[in-house]
Design a protein. Structure first.
Length: 300
């Protein structure tokens, strides 16, 4: 498992406070010592694409009123659990450097923030396999405010044993460019192909159709020399329903995180949230907490 990283190391996935050369690692924080296998595999793919390490960090939360210090023996147990996750999730042929460790702190977000900085993380990969209840705070929401890294969240009710196809619904959201970048990294390492999809409402006029073509063209351009890609514009009454239906035919869906706040998302709904809850494949959501990264920024 400890082999040389993949040769392709794109700058387009980089974000964070350090230089590109020092922010290539991918950190997977564990809240309960376990992680879905697909989350660890996806993190390994992203680390390979960046030429960095995939680092599993077991977070040991010590609430207020309890001693923050823990014994070396107990911390070793949590490190062992992190390494066990790596062994059970990745096979010996995985071409990426890996590490399993543990950190203690008062809150999960504080531990993640410290680990992100200490391990020079360009990406945090969070496991959110279970649906988020209304007004609940998913892991991504708890760490986004302080994270100096891109955040990739892996969820959805269904998982494929393979990853050979990636659906990327493209639009003008603030994280749409990053979604395309992440999809390319996954596809490059896993040998998958990408389908770019934009949904327009049935009966839309020429302006809406022109915008749809611009989104798709911008996404194709962002993929650069990546050739295993197709794209299309779909007419449908409801974008979320259309994406969910199309998810039947792909192993993963990669989307930008919702731009609405939690209250608005609960009241009015979110396309990303609906897809994550109902899709027939693994759903990967991405966000760059402190920056916009829309597909059309600087393109038109």
């Amino acid at each position: 498992m400890n082999v040389s990283p993949a040769p392709w190391t794109p700058s387009l996935l980089y974000a964070g406070g350090g230089s590109e050369a020092t922010r290539r690692n991918v950190v997977v924080p564990l809240l309960d010592g376990t992680a879905d296998e697909r989350t660890v595999k996806l993190a390994a793919s992203l680390a390979a694409a960046r030429g960095g390490e995939a680092i599993i960090v077991n977070a040991v939360v010590r609430p207020s009123g309890t001693p923050l210090d823990i014994t070396d023996e107990l911390l070793d147990e949590h490190r062992t659990a992190a390494r066990r996750v790596l062994r059970t999730s990745l096979d010996s042929e995985t071409e990426v450097r890996t590490r399993g460790t543990a950190r203690a702190g008062r809150t999960f977000s504080a531990i993640v923030e410290e680990a992100s900085e200490d391990f020079s993380a360009g990406i945090l990969v969070l496991d959110e396999s279970e649906p988020v209840v209304p007004f609940g705070r998913p892991a991504s929401a708890r760490v986004a405010g302080n994270a100096d890294s891109d955040i990739v969240t892996v969820g959805g009710k269904h998982a494929s044993s393979t990853l050979s196809s990636v659906l990327v619904p493209v639009a003008g959201g603030p994280h749409s460019g990053l979604a395309v970048d992440v999809a390319r990294s996954i596809a490059e390492v896993r040998g998958a192909w990408i389908e770019l999809l934009h949904v327009v409402e049935e009966g839309s006029g020429d302006r809406e159709r022109d915008d749809a073509e611009e989104y798709v063209a911008a996404a194709r351009e962002r993929l650069g020399e990546f050739e295993e890609v197709d794209s299309w514009v779909l007419e449908a009454d409801d974008p979320a329903d259309a994406i969910v239906e199309q998810s039947r035919y792909y192993d993963a869906t990669v989307m930008g995180a919702p731009r609405k706040n939690r209250l608005r998302e609960f009241v009015f709904g979110s396309t990303t949230g609906e897809v994550r809850s109902e899709a027939y494949n693994t759903v990967v959501t991405v966000e760059r907490p402190h920056e916009r990264d829309s597909l059309l920024d600087g393109w038109l």
